[in-house]
Design a protein around this ligand. Structure first.
Ligand SMILES: Nc1ncnc2c1ncn2[C@@H]1O[C@H](COP(=O)(O)OP(=O)(O)OP(=O)(O)O)[C@@H](O)[C@H]1O
Length: 251
């Protein structure tokens, strides 16, 4: 495990290619964050939440963002996933400038290349595990002919083949989160972002989720970046960034 703080990145000359177009060599610049700041207005008051973040996320690695509540982890994760844009600074994802992209371009890149997992599982209660995963493929525009094989593969990867036709209410919290992970990876994202994915789980279930993440990285070469308060999990990461009050700090 490497524990890092601020990393000054190589900035490449990146004209704005189409969403979907990818630079050929993406190793070191898979996901690059350069001096990112984010503020929100609360009435007439400006709240500075991120105060100059520089980091890089490597492909096929498990990266964790740790830090106290309110330190800015979720805000940063939302920027990494193109759910929001920085107030200042740059974010390059596979060579393309997310910070400069339109809402339409961000939606396309999210749909095709990024998966999200949230603390609260976000499953549709009336659908089975299988149908929940299938829905992701439908929304991502994957041809119907590919659904069966891909849903089966995703549920296998998270160890839920035998629970495929259960509804969320018939599954444990850990199993529900594994269905949510299968949903998150169904469209084969290059980057999977998980916001406190183990917060509602006990230690054993949390460890199982991390093991599933490892299997996904191995099998699909996905980069995974997750936030967590749980100190028992940090040792399982390839890289840990610690945040405090909107900045990255050394250990
Ligand atoms: N849209 C917003 N408008 C105003 N303030 C916001 C907004 N989003 C986040 N904040 C503030 O930014 C700070 C950081 O929030 P964020 O959710 O990123 O922290 P966090 O480290 O993820 O916390 P937690 O671990 O509790 O989820 C908090 O003080 C929060 O109130």
């Amino acid at each position: 495990m490497t524990i890092l703080h601020s990393v000054k990145p190589p900035i490449q000359d990146m004209a704005a290619p189409e969403a979907g177009a990818v630079l050929k060599s993406e190793g070191a610049s898979f996901l690059q964050v350069n001096d990112v700041r984010k503020s929100f207005m609360s009435g007439s008051r400006k709240i500075e939440v991120l105060k100059g973040i520089g980091l890089s996320i490597a492909p096929s690695k498990l990266t964790m963002l740790r830090g106290r509540s309110g330190s800015g982890k979720t805000t940063l994760l939302n920027l990494l996933g193109g759910l929001d844009r920085p107030t200042e600074g740059e974010i390059y994802f596979r060579g393309r400038p997310l910070h400069a992209w339109s809402d339409k371009q961000l939606t396309t890149v999210r749909r095709q290349e990024i998966g999200f997992i949230f603390q609260s599982f976000a499953l549709l209660p009336l659908l089975t595990a299988w149908e929940n995963v299938e829905l992701s493929l439908r929304l991502a525009g994957i041809p119907r002919a590919e659904w069966k094989e891909r849903v089966g593969r995703c549920l296998e990867l998270v160890g839920l083949t035998k629970r495929a036709f259960h509804h969320p209410s018939e599954l444990s919290g850990g199993e529900q989160q594994r269905v949510a992970i299968a949903k998150g990876i169904a469209h084969k994202p290059k980057l999977l972002l998980a916001d406190e994915p183990t917060a509602e789980l006990d230690t054993q279930m949390a460890a199982r989720i991390i093991a599933v993440f490892r299997d996904i990285i191995e099998a699909e070469q996905t980069a995974i970046c997750m936030t967590t308060h749980d100190s028992t999990l940090w040792g399982a990461a390839d890289v840990v960034y610690q945040m405090a009050d909107g900045t990255l700090v050394p250990e």
